[in-house]
Design a protein around this ligand. Sequence first.
Ligand code: GAF
Length: 441
Amino acid sequence: DNCARWLGPGDPESLSAALATRFTQVFEREAEGVWFAPGRANLNGEHIDFHGGRCLPMALRHGTYVAAAAREDGLLRVRTLDSQLDSGIIEIHDDAGSPAEANFPSWTTYVWGVLQSLRECDPEYDELHLRSGFGADVLIRSTLPIGAGLSSSASLECAVALALVGTGSPLGEEHGGEDFTRALTDELRAVLAQVCIRAETEYVGAGTGGLDQTASLRGAAGKLVSLDCRDFTVKRSDISFLLRDYRFIAVETGQPHELADGRFAARRAESEAAAALLGVKQLREALPEKPKKPNVELTLEEFDRLVDEGGDLGGHDAGACRRRLKHALTEMLRSEKIHKLLFGEAHGVDDTAEMIGDLMAGGHTSMRDYAEVSFEVADRMVETALSAGATGARLIGGGFGGSVLLLVRKNRVDAVTAALTKLSEQLRFLDAVPSAPARAV
Ligand code: GAF
């Protein structure tokens, strides 16, 4: 029998109402609203967003809820209800520098970083500008497992961005509730994604690439996002035909990951050394508009030739740089193939699923052997899921921990989850349902 542990997303309306009630207890005043931003699962395109590659994420039903009310004294008072992180209200004074310097818990830097970054928002978008002296009381609750490779950090940033804009900007003053969500055009969402990306790269100091924030702010219900990271344009593909017979399931490995812990940055630096040797800023430039396998092979040969000639890799190991390069280029190719599958000629449901499944398997192998960000539990889970009848399985996110994404025919879900639960009863499953992006709730 199957005792798989499922992690439900909860009901947004009740979660929002409960958070507003808690807000009143915690801050002894009423919240002006509650905002939500989802986590994401990425079908393909890992470790290539910062190289201008194509990513294929979906926004999840699980994410971060933020209740907030404005303050006019510039003070930021924040609290999380996550039992592992909660240490009561934390007061961040605007002129006191980064919370990290004050030894506040690391999650507070994300909140503070979004506030700083919003203040530097492109002057063209004055509807997003926070009034001077703006501060806020902020209460946070997440339905995403933290550090599970499902973008808990980005979903926190995006939910906070909406809450701050919702309480402190002209857009928020003019529009409340559903009206606020409607007023957030795709253009404004793209601007807010950049705000959150800057919060993470400049204020938190994690050199990530923008996939997560874009998925959270610009995903769509029932749709997979095809994100071209050269210019952050998105196309959305309705995959409801696939979801009639198949399910995407994320399985949390129980091994948490930290993007700010240095290993992610080390992998990125090796791939950037390869790019520099090839004379490009981002590795996507090393491939033509419509890349094919021979283009990947030629680029690898070119890399080998440059290494043989004594080319400069900034002190990085040539073998490691080559493996990062190979991962990035083949991952880009897999993304283009899935993009073509979704937007090109239609195939039958099972054929489409099989083709996506094969590409997922290729993606996992590449994460394991070339990006070298996988780990034993994830490898075993992928193998087990595939032998138990999953159509596709791969590690997603930054790696070194996190989650595996499965594509499973509905009639095989029980068999697959039972086989995985036999591996470890600690695993947690969540339905990866492509859902609406960040919004007021
Ligand atoms: C993390 C990063 F935040 C993203 O930008 C992306 O690089 C991903 O790892 C790997 O694809 O989620």
